[in-house]
Design a protein around this ligand. Structure first.
Ligand SMILES: [Mn+2]
Length: 287
């Protein structure tokens, strides 16, 4: 376990303050991709999201809300050691716990999806009645991947050890083992891509919600810049409408994971990721 948390400061996300104190939402980068099973590169995701974020307007005409009206900070990137998941997970957990104990909403920018685990753990500790919305192409419910238990293919399996399956909703998954899909069918906690924003909002209800977005939930034609692209995904507006529909819910944490910018020279994937971050900043602070 590292003695202290080290944050690397760069250009912040559009409109963000760099001072964490007093912010309602605290963005921070998790540049780590050591367990990525196919194509590495998600460690460069946080920097790419920030770099292109200036192309966005601060105003969202769908939500009719402006980033200028909310207090959010960009704390920078956590210094995470390549190749040691436990140290990386501990650092993310420690920093998330700090944010949560200050009454703020932690928002992680990935980085590989495994890093959602310590984020959700720290948020769950303060919110025992937490429910989790999981947008992803993949079930991520494997017990291990090639012998590795702490894998990005196992992240939701680990989450399900402390958040009951009835309080996890998997949305739009289209890739996984038969066992993963059978388990979700038995638990009744998988929704197809046709699920409406209202259905998702009603499922969350008044409970504190953590929203984890693995961006590969989007179709590779929309979002090719990722480590494990999976055809058959949703268009941008589908994902955005789901997130907009949650604007009146009680958000207590969220993340946007798995942008690997070097696989998309057009930078469209990075812009897609940045716009999803903007949407989640505005939706999570509507109340
Ligand atoms: Mn995935």
């Amino acid at each position: 376990v590292p003695d202290e948390i080290t944050l690397l400061k760069g250009t912040p996300f559009i409109g963000a303050r760099t001072e964490v104190e007093g912010a309602r939402v605290v963005l921070f980068g998790c540049p780590f991709d050591s367990t990525t099973s196919f194509r590495p590169g998600a460690r460069f995701g946080p920097a790419a999201i920030r770099q292109v974020s200036d192309v966005l307007e601060t105003y969202c005409p769908i939500l009719q809300r402006d980033l200028e009206d909310i207090a959010y900070a960009d704390a920078g990137d956590l210094l995470l050691p390549p190749g040691d998941s436990r140290i990386a997970l501990d650092a993310v957990h420690q920093f998330t716990a700090q944010i949560v104990s200050a009454g703020q909403i932690p928002a992680g920018l990935g980085g590989e999806h495994l890093l959602s685990l310590p984020l959700i753990q720290a948020v769950h500790k303060a919110n025992p009645d937490l429910c989790v919305l999981h947008f992803d192409a993949h079930m991520d419910m494997r017990t291990e991947y090639l012998g590795v238990r702490l894998s990005h293919a196992s992240v939701m399996r680990h989450v399900s050890k402390f958040v009951d399956s009835s309080r996890i909703l998997h949305v739009a998954q289209r890739s996984g083992t038969r066992a993963e899909f059978d388990a979700a069918a038995n638990a009744g906690n998988l929704r197809e891509a046709t699920v409406s924003p209202v259905e998702l909002r009603d499922w969350v209800g008044k409970r504190p919600v953590y929203v984890t977005v693995d961006l590969d939930v989007l179709d590779p034609s929309v979002f090719p810049g990722t480590g494990t692209p999976e055809p058959g995904g949703v268009y941008f507006n589908i994902l955005q409408n789901w997130l907009v529909g949650l604007a009146d819910c009680h958000w207590v944490g969220w993340d946007v994971m798995e942008l690997a910018p070097t696989y998309d020279a057009s930078q469209v994937s990075s812009i897609v990721a940045a716009k999803i971050v903007r949407t989640m900043l505005l939706s999570s602070t509507n109340g």
